[in-house]
Design a protein. Sequence first.
Length: 95
Amino acid sequence: MKADFQVIHHELPFLVIADLNQGNMSVTNDIYNVVKELSKEYDMTQHHLIYQDSESIFDAIDLDANGNFADFKPLRCTDMSTAIEAYKTRYLNQA
């Protein structure tokens, strides 16, 4: 089973996806396949990946230098704009 998701925002450097919650595996539980699928269309080394989970909460997905899944990053936001700003503040402004 694969996760059902769609890209809801693509403006470099951000790529935002939403879990469609259609009864299949969640994005969270199928994250390796989700990133692999996205990499067919997008250069994942050039993106910061944010996802809206099946409970409509936005969090981030940490990618390694090769664009592969590394870890989850908490954002815990309820709307996309706030999630992008939270990502910038928490993860892009670090030394």
